[in-house]
Write a new protein. Sequence first.
Lengths: 281, 271
Amino acid sequence: MIRRAKGVIFFSICAIATLIAVSLLFVIVGVIFSKGISAFSVTFLTEESKNFGQTGGIFFQILGTIILITSAGILSLPIALGTAVYQTEYLWPSFRRAASIVLYALNGVPTIIFGLFGYAVFGLLLNVGVSWVSGTFILAIMILPTLTVSIKEAIDSIPVKYRESGLSLGFSKWKLIRVIIIPHSFFGIVTGLLLGLARAAGETAAIMFTATVFSGVNVPRSFLEPITTLQTHILVLAQEALNPQARTNAWGAALALVMIVFFISIVSMFIRSRIRLEAER
Amino acid sequence: MMPLFSLNNVSLFYGKAPIVRDINITFAEKRVICIIGPSGSGKSTLLRTFNRMNDLTPSFECKGSVLFDGHDIYNNGTKVCQLRQHVGMVFQKPCIFPKSIYDNVLFGVRQLYRMKKIEHQQVVEETLKAVYLWDEVKDKLRSSALELSQGQQQRLTIARALAVKPRVILLDEPTSSLDHKSAGAIDALINNLKGEITVIMVTHKLDQARRIADDVVFMCDGMICEAGTSKHIFETPGKSETKCYIKGEEINVPIKGFVSSQVIRLKAEGY
Ligand SMILES: Nc1ncnc2c1ncn2[C@@H]1O[C@H](COP(=O)(O)OP(=O)(O)OP(=O)(O)O)[C@@H](O)[C@H]1O
Ligand SMILES: [Mg+2]
């Protein structure tokens, strides 16, 4: 009787917790949607911002976000792939766990630390100032653990028989990696990349004083020029608390950002389910 | 004639524990050799030393010398990849890559040798015929190999190993996950390979060994109990353990480190 009561209580707690988490998401998305939709229009998405963002659109901010996360992804992917392959294929088995712990720890570092570190390296040491290249490097390092862990998990889930089969055919280690390991972790690589991109798209702190500026730029014409992103745009507009037009535009930009992140997440979820299908075969 | 494989005082270890002890045996080329014996007697462990697949287990160690064509394969100078190109292997369960039948056959060769398109086609046809799969799949070479039955998949797996043109093929219970009819097809293909390449096969099924083996090695408790021609082992076995095993009776194997009255009872399958 008591055990049953305990079960019911435990179930209720779990159910309530889930309900809170899910409804919170709905509330946040709902608020952003209802407040942002009034700013949304074709011109809002396709025009450049004017008058310090109080009028005009967010075209270059959207473009900037996409450019920045893409370049970070392109830089991060080969490093992550190399790290994951090195860890699973070459590193001494007893060190593999230690390497994983380091990666998870890196994943937990607050992003402002990356920003500070990036500022110290790029801003002070290399003196490249606020620039696209700084942002690219900082975000690439930031998403590196996410990406590496995801690729590593995909490699770990490759059936042993594929490995054995390749080796018994006389493949060298490198051939095994090229022909079996990388192709069979393809979906893991893509999912990891998308999750990393989604994370980078939401990042503000790390790039605030190293890569992005609020106004006066459209697209960077060189790696050394600053870039403008949705995140920074929202941050600055939200501080203009007294100007209703600025606030509406902030909500509009937030909605655009949320849509980008959601889109990336949904695509990665879709691909993740593909992996599972692949693994079950 | 020089033997293909020659093992001298070979002992195999996982960590400190000797799994296989004091093996002295030679295998002649182009024969079908069956390794039989109760479960846990070290058949797979022995088989996996012939192409150094045991290397995947970090704690594995081989003492003594294993000569392939007169070269010690556990020597430092051995190129393991080249050894494995000469000594192919197929495991218990079929291993099919999510690709077409055509690409599955070519999976290994294509990576190892530079070949023209036309040669690809020849290799596919030749090897699929050798494993008696050609007639069943010749109209759907480009469709996914995952659609094949288990038995067909296992023959395709063997075809992939054969396409590399190995001198030896190692088979570890290749029919134990298959039904009777599919197993028969595999037996037929091994018979077909007779005289072409060396086949070393581990099997639990005595009737299978009786049908296809030229030579039989009977392993028991990590040692070779008796070895000889198929005729010798099945008709005039010398040792009492062998007699019991091939009759399908239980044999008593003392476990080292236990009180001598404690024995494990082992029985051959297939009876
Ligand atoms: N990777 C390993 N690490 C440690 N011990 C192992 C390993 N593989 C096998 N063994 C041990 O070696 C012994 C022999 O195993 P092996 O697989 O060679 O037997 P087998 O004759 O092939 O048996 P079966 O007929 O059941 O396949 C077993 O006692 C097993 O526990
Ligand atoms: Mg075995």
